[in-house]
Design a protein around this ligand. Structure first.
Ligand SMILES: Cc1ncc(COP(=O)(O)O)c(C=O)c1O
Length: 402
């Protein structure tokens, strides 16, 4: 049934694989870590760097000024927002930080977050809690392991100054109910930050539908852009209120020896000095993702992931650890026979890439569930069911032989 769905699919897998040269040599199930750049993206990156080498960095920037600006309109199209709501930054964490640290808090204020929150975000909450006497509250999960939206509703009071949620956690297949959370936040007029680091390029994300005020993105994961790139969306209506924690002469203008004015758009969260080659290539990566249609990408990833989960569930000693009603392209598991690190190494010997989720990235959720670490196999649309079969076959043989 699942197989037929694939065979009948109109998804142009031939093009996807031809434009992903590593597909010839490896099985890449580490897209939640860092995906593979498609040929047009890596070409753009190399072309830009070559130009810098040949004519100089500033001169290349002048030559590419329009192409570098394209990223704002491409990102606006991707998220369904305005151009002036987008900032280019070096990664998702810094994007998120620039917005989060702009919020002002008073003693007794509350930040509501999720148990599956990304570790770096939790560290930032705790730092602000120490500085300002803010209370950080983890909204409980429902029976399916996603954020319990009724509990969230019941926790809203005058003290709640921010709702800040990770959409897809780094260490599991869960998709938190971002849209319902947005409805609750908007009804209570509470600002809403969505960490969409794992979801942009993976799911169809529309900030108007979701109703978030801030959203962060990384380039290297599901968008298939270069490393060291990220984006921030900040809703226009919130911009005036949010003074970035750091400013430079790109984010603000020095108008006299004693005065400066902060720019009015989201570029107030950017640096003057930027990774221009990466910015150019990320713009190409966004256009490339749009050329595939995000709904089609999501559909294919979910089908592949369901297929992999089903097959893993039939392997002796393997325990799937994904939670949630809606499950995405991140598949996590443990095994009775081998530690996750040993599984990763065994797969790697067969040119199969996965990663391990452990440590502070998932600390709150993993502690609650008694999990130390898991194998994370994350699929993208250029993966195939044949790769899934090979993956499961290698895994089974590895587990049998130990
Ligand atoms: C949910 C989530 N948020 C944030 C990040 C951090 O992204 P970056 O490494 O681009 O800062 C990650 C990285 O794995 C993540 O999974």
């Amino acid at each position: 049934m699942l197989l037929n769905t694939f065979l009948n699919s109109s998804f142009d897998i031939k093009r996807a694989r031809e434009e992903t040269i590593a597909c010839n040599d490896i099985i890449h199930f580490n897209n939640a870590g860092s995906s593979l750049m498609p040929t047009p993206v890596s070409k753009a990156l190399h072309e830009y760097l070559n130009k810098e080498e040949l004519i100089g960095g500033y001169e290349t920037q002048d030559l590419y000024v329009e192409s570098l600006n394209n990223i704002y309109s491409s990102a606006a199209k991707l998220l369904n927002c305005r151009l002036d709501e987008i900032a280019f930054v070096e990664n998702a964490t810094r994007a998120w930080d620039m917005a989060f640290y702009s919020f002002k808090f008073n003693p007794g204020d509350k930040i509501l977050t999720t148990i599956a929150e990304y570790g770096s975000n939790v560290i930032a909450y705790l730092q602000q809690a120490k500085r300002f006497g803010v209370e950080v509250v983890f909204v409980p999960n429902d029976e399916f392991g996603q954020l319990d939206v009724s509990a969230l509703s019941n926790m809203i009071d005058d003290k709640v100054k921010l709702i800040s949620i990770t959409h897809i956690p780094t260490g599991g297949g869960l998709v938190n109910p971002a849209k319902t959370i947005g409805e609750i936040a908007n009804a209570a007029s509470i600002p809403y930050i969505l960490d969409a680091c794992q979801s942009v390029g993976h799911l169809h994300i529309d900030v108007q539908e979701i109703g978030c005020d801030v959203l962060c993105i990384t380039g290297r994961k599901y968008l298939r852009g270069p490393r060291g790139t990220g984006l921030l969306f900040v809703r226009k209506s919130l911009l005036d209120e949010l003074q970035p924690p750091m400013l430079d002469q790109h984010a603000a203008e020095l108008i006299s020896p004693t005065e400066y004015i902060i720019r009015s758009d989201s570029k107030r969260f950017e640096n003057w000095e930027q990774y221009c080659a990466g910015k150019y290539a990320l713009g190409v990566a966004i256009d490339y993702a749009l050329s595939w249609n995000l709904d089609e990408i999501q559909k294919r990833i979910y089908l592949l992931a369901d297929n992999l989960r089903l097959k893993l569930s039939q392997v002796d000693g393997v325990h799937l650890t994904d939670e949630g009603v809606e499950k995405c392209g991140i598949i996590t598991f443990t095994s009775d026979q081998l530690e996750p690190v040993a599984i990763k190494q065994a797969l790697s010997a067969h040119q199969i890439n996965v990663s391990i989720s452990s440590g502070s990235g998932n600390l709150v959720s993993f502690e609650k569930r008694g999990i130390k670490e898991v194998v994370r196999a994350s699929v993208h649309y250029f993966n195939t069911e044949q790769e899934i079969d090979r993956f499961v076959d290698v895994l089974m043989k590895t587990l049998i032989s130990c």
